[in-house]
Design a protein around this ligand. Structure first.
Ligand code: ZN
Length: 193
């Protein structure tokens, strides 16, 4: 049990608006559109526009009126907690149940990245910090597909979630951040008095 529940928080209340990349027609720099899959939301074929890395802002003064209207009506997306919950839905185990419960209560997911397994394990996992579930993580060392790494941090627990492509997700627990390690070190002589 995480024992932590934000009042009124739910997957439903935490859904986030759908986002779209910004797009502009060459020569029409004063109007910005929202890029959809094959066309902008107002119907201009994507091949006729330049798609930018920044997001379409419906409140921007240069937002196309039709794209603005369509983007506001677009269905909302699940929050990060709900996305992770849905992934865990397909697996089993006591740590998974505990994490699912924590996610339902809105525990934070401050980190989630995807990449080739070798690089992800090397850069984002410290095996000596895993205090529970390390066997399953070690089993993954030979895996060479795509790997998602997520951390869900509650008050008492720091969950590590590994999401190998086309395999069940693995849940482990890491020791908490040693945030005040240095400070504690400095104050130890005083505490010994
Ligand atoms: Zn438009």
């Amino acid at each position: 049990m995480e024992g932590w529940n934000k009042v009124g928080w739910s997957f439903e209340s935490a859904r986030v608006p759908m986002t779209f990349s910004a797009a502009r027609r060459p020569g029409e720099e004063d109007v910005e559109h929202a890029a959809g899959h094959l066309t902008t939301l107002c119907g201009i074929p994507t091949r006729e526009v330049d798609v930018y890395r920044h997001l379409f802002a419906s409140r921007s003064a240069i937002a196309c009126a039709s794209c603005r209207e369509q983007s506001v009506k677009a269905p909302t997306q699940p929050c990060v907690q709900e996305k992770l919950y849905r992934i865990l839905d397909r697996s089993e185990g006591p740590l998974r149940d505990e994490l699912r419960e924590a996610l339902r209560a809105g525990t934070k997911v401050p980190f989630w990245a995807n990449g080739p397994a070798g690089a992800m394990l090397k850069h984002y996992i410290k095996f000596d910090r895993i205090v529970q579930g390390s066997e399953d993580v070690i089993d993954l060392e030979g895996f060479d597909g795509l790997l998602g790494v997520a951390r869900a941090v509650g008050r008492k627990r720091r969950f590590l979630v590994l999401i190998p492509a086309e395999r069940e997700a693995i849940v482990a627990v890491e020791e908490p951040e040693r945030r005040f390690g240095r400070l504690r070190c400095l104050t130890r002589p005083l505490a010994q008095k």
